[in-house]
Write a protein that binds this ligand. Structure first.
Ligand code: FAD
Length: 388
């Protein structure tokens, strides 16, 4: 087995690293942390426009669509570098909608959307969940009535995270209410500035904003339809497989700081790093980070062989997000009571980073499908156990 990148790939990664070091400012980091690493804030956009001008945002896309025609493996490595640098990391357009358009969109749609997405000029919000439909997305009710030359949208979405900073909604809506389950849904790209849209904030325990979005007689042109009408459930699921690819490097940064903290901090005359329990727990996480890398890069390998990973994405999403919670909990245990203090307190260890991590890591096992849902997918599609 050879896990090394080629000389050329290593050179590109070194260039990316140098760019991140030069262009990352404290203000950008502050904005990105406030937004929970999602893309769309003003400084994030400025930064990503420069970054994407090199073709790095979608470097595994074909050159005709604004990519560099490189491997998904290299793209994943770049995403890890971005996660470690804590710059905007979660893109709906570049990471979910774009690849889905490439697979299922018309030529016209590819021409209209892919290059602007690759340049970071547009961002989408993910419009799946509704108050009565989360894990079971076949239960959505928002209606897109066919009015000949346009659709008329009425209904509500909830927990739509990017809506307040994005330009368009990657929206799942019912286009045939009489059809059997899974067969009456379509995907469409809706301008979030359209008259009739109201966005209301929902603040999570992490302090991050997600949103409710209300649609009241919103007119959507027919050309906004992705692929074929009433086939949307399949596109929605494919886009979810692209979403469930989680680099853990944003957690690794904090873990690395805690490892250093353990080396430098004296407790009762001994370095914390000599405490047996601390060593055991930190070592256990080192294994988890490595195991996650293998699951993560396996997804890139599957993409590079021309397929969309499926239950394999669920395995990685589940492992990464449950590991993220273990990282947060272990880091908190190592720091002790000072770790529980918030940023701003003069006694807070590591500027309250771990306290924040404990709150943010909770949502990781919920969005993009809960851990229970991932286990169901692995059981059914991976192990071929019968559906419930
Ligand atoms: C911070 C955050 C950001 C989000 N961002 C977005 C976004 O941008 N766009 C978007 O569309 N959605 C978003 N979501 C929504 C998210 O995808 C849903 O919350 C998630 O899929 C769960 O759906 P639900 O909240 O309706 O819970 P439910 O589906 O009601 O689930 C409740 C509980 O029941 C369990 N459960 C449900 N079905 C099963 C089953 N078949 N077997 C076993 N257990 C089951 C679940 O695991 C969970 O523990 C976000 C959520 C959060 C918390």
């Amino acid at each position: 087995m050879d896990f090394e990148f080629s000389k050329e790939e290593n050179e590109l990664l070194a260039e990316v690293r140098a760019f991140l070091k030069k262009e990352t400012t404290p203000k950008l980091l502050e904005e990105t942390a406030k937004l929970g690493l999602i893309y769309g804030g003003p400084l994030g956009r400025e930064f990503i426009h420069k970054f994407a001008a090199n073709g790095w945002l979608t470097l595994n896309w074909p050159e005709e669509h604004g990519g560099l025609g490189k491997s998904a493996m290299l793209n994943f490595a770049v995403r890890e570098e971005m996660a470690y640098a804590r710059v905007p990391l979660i893109f709906v357009a570049a990471h979910m909608a774009g690849p889905t358009i490439m697979h299922f969109g018309s030529e016209e749609m590819k021409k209209e959307w892919l290059t602007p997405i690759a340049r970071g000029e547009v961002e989408f919000a993910l419009g799946y969940t509704e108050p009565q439909a989360g894990s079971d997305l076949s239960a959505i009710e928002i209606l897109a009535e066919d009015r000949g030359d346009h659709f008329l949208l009425n209904g509500q979405k909830t927990f739509n995270t990017h809506s307040h900073v994005a330009d368009y909604h990657w929206l799942a809506a019912i286009t045939d209410p009489d059809a059997k389950r899974y067969h009456g849904m379509s995907m469409m790209i809706v301008d979030l500035k359209s008259p009739g849209i109201t966005i209301r904030p929902l603040i999570t325990m992490a302090g991050w904003q997600t949103n409710e979005v209300f649609y009241d007689d919103v007119i959507v042109p027919k050309k906004a339809l992705v692929g074929e009408k009433n086939q949307g459930f399949y596109y929605l699921m494919a886009a979810l497989d692209y979403e469930r690819m989680f680099p853990l490097a944003a957690y690794q940064v904090v873990y690395d700081r805690v490892v250093e903290y353990a080396k430098e901090t004296m407790v009762e005359g001994r370095p914390l790093s000599k405490n047996l329990l601390v060593r055991q727990k930190l070592a256990q996480l080192a294994i988890a980070f490595e195991a996650n890398k293998l699951l993560y890069y396996r997804l890139a390998f599957i993409l590079d062989s021309g397929q969309i990973p499926n239950y394999q994405s669920s395995m990685q999403k589940l492992f990464a997000t449950e590991t993220a919670q273990q990282v947060a909990n272990t880091c908190m245990e190592v720091l002790g009571l000072y770790g529980q203090l918030k940023k701003g307190s003069k006694w807070a260890a590591l500027e309250g980073e771990v306290e924040h991590l404990c709150r943010t890591s909770v949502v990781e096992t919920i969005y993009a499908g809960t851990s229970e849902v991932q286990r169901n997918i692995i059981a059914q599609r991976g192990l071929k156990l019968p559906a419930k």
